[in-house]
Design a protein around this ligand. Structure first.
Ligand SMILES: [Zn+2]
Length: 104
């Protein structure tokens, strides 16, 4: 299987690392890259199970940046919503307590 320089199109030997014609670095064989779909599904997973989303984010950060970003974002949104709702709940509870205490 012949390889060709991506820069100038010159034919290259199998083990050649640098193009002799233009000096460009020759890419190694295209590895069957891990699927980094960046699927929204990872966002949903991170949203419903934030701890998994965070773990996936750190595990995939370098190998699958797009999927990692989705999972991390889902987890982040989920955490923000739970913090927000607990603050809201605390405010409502406090308001009710203060209201009932003041009312009687
Ligand atoms: Zn070349």
């Amino acid at each position: 299987m012949a390889k060709f320089c991506k820069n100038c199109g010159a034919e290259l030997n199998e083990n050649q690392k640098v193009c002799l014609k233009c000096g460009a670095m020759v890419d190694d064989e295209v590895k069957p890259a891990e699927v980094d779909s960046g699927s929204v599904g990872w966002g949903f997973l991170g949203f419903f199970i934030p701890i998994v989303g965070i773990i996936l984010y750190f595990v995939w950060k370098s190998s699958k940046p797009r999927s990692a970003k989705q999972a991390g974002r889902g987890a982040l949104v989920s955490i923000c919503i739970s913090i927000f709702s607990s603050i809201l709940y605390a405010i409502l509870t406090a308001t009710v307590l203060v209201g009932s205490a003041g009312g009687f």
